[in-house]
Design a protein around this ligand. Structure first.
Ligand code: F6R
Length: 240
């Protein structure tokens, strides 16, 4: 694991955007794994600027998002589908056919998850996966538990995550109780992983991740087995 400690959010976002752009410049048809949430918003803003300045071209890129609430309609402004269009996809030239997000409108969640997992495999896996981290150490929607799932699956959200995400909804009662998410093995099969974390509220989860101890009660600690993980965080997430 490599740890990069930044002075602030902007520096973290810039470093992450440069890694994504380099990945695409090295491999124009790169397969990217993308995250939502407030942490990567700055990185997406910088990538849009880089695209406008012709520093990166997304025309051959394929994307797979980590997760989506379930059930949720794509037109709901809190869906991750809506988020990705708002922050990235409607500003760059990635073809719509190359964009993959678990379908929160699917009637059969299990079938959707199985097809999603198979589709990632059919592309030869993810070249670069961007991750955020929950205050409780979740990655994607793999929540702390006695056991974790390997593959893309439907999962319930914990009270901690519902309460953290309620800031985006009218009330905690409006946060969907389930999600579709890549599993731990889906994430670990990515060739390179960049995890972003910002702010004191992430300190506990980051400390557990970098302690090197692995526990399903802090899913991010599973990343310790990955050969090519870079953690880019600000001072507050690192030092508390
Ligand atoms: C989002 C995701 C989540 C977030 C995590 C942190 O696609 O997979 O694991 O990365 O909840 O969210 P923020 O960045 O809002 O603190």
């Amino acid at each position: 694991m490599r740890i990069v400690i930044c002075d602030n959010y902007d520096e973290m976002s810039k470093k992450a955007a440069l890694i994504v752009a380099s990945q695409i410049n090295m491999k124009p048809n790169a397969v990217l794994g993308l995250a939502t949430g407030s942490t990567p918003e700055g990185m997406y803003r910088i990538l849009v600027d880089m695209y406008n300045n012709k520093e990166v071209d997304f025309s051959e890129v394929t994307t797979f998002n980590l997760d989506e609430y379930y059930p949720i309609s794509k037109s709901n402004s809190q869906s991750y589908d809506f988020f990705m269009k708002k922050h990235l996809f409607s500003h760059i030239n990635v073809p719509e056919a190359n964009i993959n997000i678990p379908n929160g409108e699917a009637c059969d969640a299990e079938k959707e998850c199985e097809e999603y997992e198979n589709k990632i495999a059919s592309f030869g896996g993810i070249d670069l996966q961007i991750l955020g981290i929950g205050q409780n150490g979740h990655i994607g929607f793999n929540e702390p538990d006695e056991f974790l799932y390997s593959n893309t699956h439907k999962t319930g959200l914990t009270e901690s995550t519902i309460s953290a995400n309620s800031r985006f909804f009218a009330s905690a009662g409006d946060v969907p109780k389930n999600a579709l998410t890549m599993g731990i093995a889906t994430i670990l099969k990515s060739k390179k992983i960049v995890l972003l974390a910002c702010g004191k509220s992430k300190h506990d989860a980051i400390s557990k991740l970098i302690s090197g101890k692995i526990t399903t009660l802090c899913p991010a600690t599973m990343l310790n087995v990955h050969r090519d993980l870079v953690v880019i965080c600000d001072k507050e997430a690192y030092h508390g």
